[in-house]
Design a binder for this molecule. Sequence first.
Ligand code: SF4
Length: 724
Amino acid sequence: MRDLGGHILLSATDLMRFMGCAHATSLDLQKLQGKGPDPRVDSEDAALLQKQGNAHEAAHLEKLKSAGGRVAEIDSGDLTANADRTREILAEGPDVVFQGAFLSGKWGGWSDFLERVDLPSELGNFSYEVTDTKLKRKPHPSHVLQLVLYSDLLAEVQGVQPEFAHIELGNGDRASLRLSDYSAFARQARARLEAFVADPEETRPTPCSACGLCRWEDHCKTVWQAEDSLFNVANISRTQVKKLEATGVQTLEDLSILDHPVRGMTEPSLQRLVTQARLQHARKTGDPDFVLRQPEPGKGFYLLPEPQPGDLFYDIEGDPHYEGGLEYLHGVWAKNTGFVKFWAHDHEAEKQAVIDLIDFFRKRLTQFPEARIYHYAPYEITALRRLTVKYGIGEAFLDRLLREQRFVDLFAVVRGGLIGSEPNYSIKSMEAFYDLVRDGEVKTAGGSVVAYEKWLETGDQKILDEIEVYNRIDCVSTEDLRDWLVGIRPEGPWPVFGQDAADKEIEEDQDANALRTMLAASNLPAERQNMLFDLGMFHGREVKPAQWAVFDSVSKEEGDLIEDLDALAGLVAVGSAVPVKKSMARTYSFPQQETKLRGGKKATVPVLDAPPTTVNIDALDRTGREIVVKIGNARAHLLSDRLSLHPDWPLNTGVIENALREVIVDQCGPRRYRALDDLLSRRAPRLTDGARDDILNNGDPVGGTIAAVSNMDETVWHCQKDSP
Ligand code: SF4
């Protein structure tokens, strides 16, 4: 946003910021008018992202140059002059224009790349499409806003609308978007921003995912503190704040003394928030404090096992800015062995670190069969799942550990087990309860990433040493937290965790090994062997994330589930279960929420000491907020008075898997499926009237195609006209 000769010029960045948080736009406007607060200087994280973004863009530029095409570069400076120069250069028709500038009416800015395509335009028998470089691994909705804006501005210059725009992603993939699918949304967003700038509405700071990298974050935090805002209440959602404010509860202190129900909020959710606010309010002048929550099977202290001598405490440091992402340090702490570290400074080393870590876990669990691996928050498990699949290493072993509930997420124990007086539930905040004092230069996960990036540049060993100290303290802190939780847990028997799942691991490993051995014994080329192995393992790998999602959902808090589209939470029975044929059905009401669950579909409900089980959704009335859930007679007790529904288990793909295995066996042997063999060999179609280069045999497209199809001899013909 800038003042261009008396009128406000808007850019793609302004649009993306506005769609993330209108308050940021308000503050930008005030700043432009010389009013309001000052923004902070870029945080180290923001500066790092900027630097990585520039490097990614520069790498793509180099790639285009080395491809041999003509690349024209605009030296970014004065926007008006740059836009004029871009028009001239586009008319010359280079293959690529780097930093093409646009200026039209209220909008302007510099695109990353304009790439020449064959579509005719007012420029000649060619035109251009926009390509942006982004660090993310997947396109984000905000990218669409930018691509449509530059494509519309480009269309004004070349007189024709580009059909596609592209994103060069951080992992090296290229995403292409058909602009007509998104342009209405993006143009409407632009119109909204223009209207807002012309006549700004009153806004207020509301926490969102954009805050962490926002230049107004310090200012907004000051406002929330000064107002004693409800947003300061730990784990409160925006929807909950809205409902509370609608009943006149405006501050954290108001909430701490609230003694009446709030429309649209369940009693347990409200009571949790009131207690949270009361503790935080008292903490302003007092010591750290906590209260234990009502025990709920499968949550909180039910997830905390009895300590064992071989227990491990585990923490990962990961760098999302490294190309393709890099988990650069796995740290494991145990009282009797001290700190063990697995460093990785590139992807080859990352793979080796996973091999070594899994080997370490395996040996440790052999030595201490009752030991558990403690960590804080889900990142470690998410990263391990990703790494084992990425490198095809230890998948069966990790599955076994998960089945045996070897990993203990202390964050889940804390969230479900107690309410604490601290402003959030990060492990650093929890340290107030067990007096851990942190020293060392690196003090946050973000700081660790910044430090690691500095090490990549400088190679200064001192930096790695500091990161290691930070990681070790996190591991030790996890143990201290576990010990503190053990000290405050309610009286009662220790929970019994998953049974030995070694057999299942052996079965999975044997299956993978048998497949490898069969393929290795065949005379198929190595590339085909690898492809068939991946095909054979595909469904087993694909199904896991969906299965994990069910377990993850079951471990979530009701408040989180209400915000989760894949679940339906806070169900309260409105009567008893009634028999329906050989099943029992029960009707529930539920609080306002969005959900992807539908009547006639299935969901799952938690089962104590067993995996969640499937239920049928007989009817779902969104307006009346009522649902009928049905289950077999033998499991009718699971239709409890209060309930949350979780996503259903993934589809059973056994038939497809078996069919694929049959193909693989055939490929390793007689190759009777000739059409499939042609497909896998990328062979030209075999025709009964003889092989030929021109399959249509000089015939017209329709007649030639019919003739060729009639003569196909157990083969495959890829038949495609223009774009798919
Ligand atoms: S810090 Fe958050 S609430 Fe404040 S302006 Fe930025 S994005 Fe909006």
